[in-house]
Design a protein around this ligand. Structure first.
Ligand code: IPE
Ligand code: IPE
Ligand code: MG
Length: 239
């Protein structure tokens, strides 16, 4: 395939970073930045169909984010609840299918109920598949999948000799999703912070300095057209 014919990425994953610094720069508390960050999400989701992005996965809270102050963590949890309540109707009507990945065991029941409800209400939607990573960590996900495999072996329903990469991939939270083609991280940090470790083995990465609350549809479009110019080889020699 010639460079100009390269398709847009089908699955884009975003590490939405920089809310705290955005607030700090304005002399405001970190939660002010998280609120501003939440408001950016809709614009980016809405831009996906016209840009040919079928799957969008966003990192909202990591398994390591519990290390933050209790007031930031509880503020974030309250924000997630409020956000889900206020966005549900719009997501259903906009034909967006919503899924959550991550460990729900540590999240409070009210939040989990809202997540379940949103997944159910949007389960017949298919314009864009939006996946929200909430209490998500790549290592934690692989560990949970491995635990499931161990249980199945102990129960006699899985033959250890049959285990390969696909066996594990099918037990990850992302089992229904294609691997991300492109991972974007905002705020200038060039690290992946435990996001989609397994799934991004061959993803392209784009690190941008913009803080998440300043990230716009135009910047998103520019990054996607840059992706278009790249050559993905998957370990092979270019043809
Ligand atoms: C990302 O913004 C949002 C979450 C991790 C919940 P940060 O809160 O990490 O913002 P910075 O990196 O401190 O600026
Ligand atoms: C990654 O950002 C997690 C999310 C964006 C939800 P962090 O701000 O938590 O990552 P580090 O601490 O800079 O690696
Ligand atoms: Mg950060």
């Amino acid at each position: 395939m010639g460079k100009s014919e390269k398709p847009m990425p089908e699955h884009v994953a975003i590490i939405m970073d920089g809310n705290g610094r955005w607030a700090q720069a304005r002399g405001k508390p970190r939660l002010f930045g998280h609120h501003a960050g939440a408001l950016r999400v809709r614009e980016i989701v809405e831009a996906c169909p016209e840009m040919g992005v079928k799957y969008l996965t966003i990192f909202a809270f990591s398994t390591e984010n519990w290390k933050r102050t209790q007031s930031e963590v509880s503020g974030l949890m309250k924000l997630f609840k409020r956000y889900l309540m206020s966005e549900t109707k719009q997501l259903v009507e906009a034909n967006i299918r919503v899924r959550f990945i991550g460990d729900r065991m540590k999240l409070d029941d009210t939040l989990v109920a809202l997540m379940d409800e949103l997944e159910l209400l949007t389960s017949h939607n298919d314009l864009v598949h939006l996946t929200v990573a909430l209490n998500y960590g790549g290592r934690d996900e692989v560990a949970r999948a491995t635990k499931r495999m161990c249980r199945e072996v102990a129960e006699g329903t899985l033959d250890p000799e049959s285990v390969d990469a696909e066996t594990l991939a099918r037990r990850l939270d992302t089992y229904v999703l294609p691997d991300p083609d492109l991972v974007i991280r905002t705020s200038g940090e060039a690290r992946i912070s435990n996001f989609l470790l397994w799934q991004s083995a061959y993803s392209e990465y784009e690190f941008v300095d913009t803080l998440w609350p300043d990230f716009t549809r135009d910047e998103f479009a520019r990054i996607l057209s840059g992706y278009n110019q790249r050559e993905r080889r998957f370990g092979a020699v270019p043809g």
